[in-house]
Design a protein around this ligand. Sequence first.
Ligand SMILES: NC(=O)c1ccc[n+]([C@@H]2O[C@H](COP(=O)([O-])OP(=O)(O)OC[C@H]3O[C@@H](n4cnc5c(N)ncnc54)[C@H](O)[C@@H]3O)[C@@H](O)[C@H]2O)c1
Length: 347
Amino acid sequence: MNRFSVTTSRPYDILIGEGIIGDSGKFIRECIKPCRACIVTDSNVNHLYLEGVLQSLRDNGFQTSKIVFPEGEHSKNLPTYSNILESLAEEGLSRSDLIVALGGGVVGDLSGFAAATYLRGIKYIQIPTTFLAAVDSSVGGKTAVNLNYGKNLAGAFWQPSMVICDYKTFDTLPQEEILNGVAEAVKSAMIMEQGLIDHIQAQDYEYVIERCVSIKKSIVEADERDTGMRQLLNFGHTVGHSLEKLSSYNISHGAGVATGMVVESRAAYKMGLTEYDASGYLTEILEGFGFDLSIPYTLEQIYKYALNDKKIKDDSIAMVIPEALGKCRLHRISLEDLQEFLRLGLE
Ligand SMILES: NC(=O)c1ccc[n+]([C@@H]2O[C@H](COP(=O)([O-])OP(=O)(O)OC[C@H]3O[C@@H](n4cnc5c(N)ncnc54)[C@H](O)[C@@H]3O)[C@@H](O)[C@H]2O)c1
């Protein structure tokens, strides 16, 4: 097992190993003394990993309860968030108690937002069980729910007290869910470390998770509140979030980000913002992984949703511009130019 320490406003450890989920209670006890621990999970993970984590918590002196909601992005909304808060209150969780987010990015984002706001903030632990959550969403403390107008429009920065990542849990993940993680790992490779691509192709999960976590850790430590370089992690996300929303979330986050990276790279090149056109390389490797990069929506539809992007500030939006494989920079584009940027990318 490997351990990384993240030095943010609330420092915490990330544990990465194979078959470690059954020791969750023991690890959590290292940073939190026995209290009430409410596990929040979804309807799939409930049947797979909940019992083991509950048992381990009980064995280590925690008093346990659980909240289970229907799986999927459709649950990442205000009604589910509100149900979680009401259930926490019904359980009588206090400020000295704990939420344990057991599942993928949807569970992590929802539970983290509930933890950030219940009683003005209680501690939570992330136990990611998807490849995407392991390489990206469980680290960094961004929590959110979707609103009718767009993705992640209500949320908070709230760091977990620990992340326990057991990549043995990926044994039960369907292939399309592995692909979602691949998209975020390719993103990390594009912005910081080209050499990662070979390891993603070799399905060397341990190495890929450790490198992605290290990359994200260094970015988050430098810019916890997303005012500068952390925005590099949004590569592909402006278009990606629009595609997710337009498809009523039938296009997954990873698939949206994969297509978004190709579109945004092509646009940056055609607009003269970089001499490097990453779109050809990205298309080749992403199709090689099995992504369908077709776009069933018009420029006008995508532009309309891009205007709801939470990254818009002062009538402009920060776009991520690839300068070489493994090297990107931020560039602000006015909302006037955004439509042209998207047009060039979608051509
Ligand atoms: N907070 C952040 O920094 C951040 C970063 C990237 C993505 N995200 C968010 O993460 C979400 C996507 O996360 P996701 O792809 O993990 O989706 P998800 O949480 O919906 O999980 C995908 C599916 O896999 C199932 N599942 C989870 N673990 C499993 C396992 N081990 N075996 C079998 N099935 C399992 C889930 O029940 C679900 O059906 C999006 O909402 C996205 O916006 C957040």
